[in-house]
Write a protein that binds this ligand. Sequence first.
Ligand code: A3P
Length: 343
Amino acid sequence: MKQWLISGHEVVAMDDEWLERIKKHQSMQYKHGVVRLMPEGWLYPAAAPVFLDKLQTFEFRSEDVMVVTFPKCGTTWMQEILWTMLHNPNLDNPEASKELLLRSLDISCDMMLDADLWDVVKLHSFEDLFNTLCPGKSLEDGLNIQCLEATPGRRVIKSHFPLQLMRKDLLEKTKVVYVARNPKDAIVSLYHFMRVLQVFNYTASFEDFTRDFMNSELVYMPYWPHVKAAWDLRHHPNLHFVFFEDMKSDIMTELKKLNEFTQANLSLKQLENIADYTTFSKMKSRGEPIQDPMYHKDLLEKHGAYFRKGLTGDWKKHFTPELLEEVDRWIEKNVEVTGICFK
Ligand code: A3P
């Protein structure tokens, strides 16, 4: 029997042959399998539909800011910038010492717990947060979603779920900042991240990974419809579209735009301090995990996890000429169809 989401997406379970193929490259398994949500073909753990339907009635607040991104496109950087602008403009809020993912919760993450990541949840104090904010509630009903519901004030909400899967009136309810990044750098960044995560035990070569990325065979894919939905809404007053590359080349200009968009009303001096506080090196020194069992120790020491290089154009060191030709053709075709003007 066909299953549909409230958003109108059809839920299609991936078959055993597909699951077997994926198993070759990664040990992490989702207990309930993997689904595609059609028509775009979003690939998620089968736990996703329950949470996506819950989000259709989630109360977004007009004062919230939601950071929507495809993975590895600058989410963490933007989360820290926005949280600091809204809650720590003078850099004196003791709450800032808490892990970012506890201050800026991820509404697209609860589905990942289907892969039995409860040890990670415990280790990172998520369970303590849940017990404080949601006494009497059940973790299985959504850790991040329920904590967010119970969080007072201006929330900075992270989402890798694309706009197509959100409630239709999202932009009437709340403000969205969308960060897009050159797909070549996103590919390199995601490859390293999948490898450093011990829970994935990801072993595919960079070439195989890149082809899986282009064919949307990895969880959170596809890439293009994700960016296009936000690109098409880039002139909406409640959506702010920004390129990672622009943040890299002139952060002060981007902070001024965010100041206006969020109506944070910060002074130039405060923005300068935030620019400094959120540089790659400062965020890395405060936020990179050390000796965390979630990560492969050697790869973590060598490359980092959330903070690897923080550069634009690092892809130049990774693609062979043949692979680059394939990726360039893929980009050219999709840029033509979507009209997205990458930097
Ligand atoms: P690299 O792997 O290319 O270094 P996300 O937060 O969406 O997972 O994105 C991660 C990418 O953003 C990583 O890219 C990471 O290094 C980069 N990044 C994180 N914080 C940054 C910062 N303050 N400045 C620049 N890049 C940053």
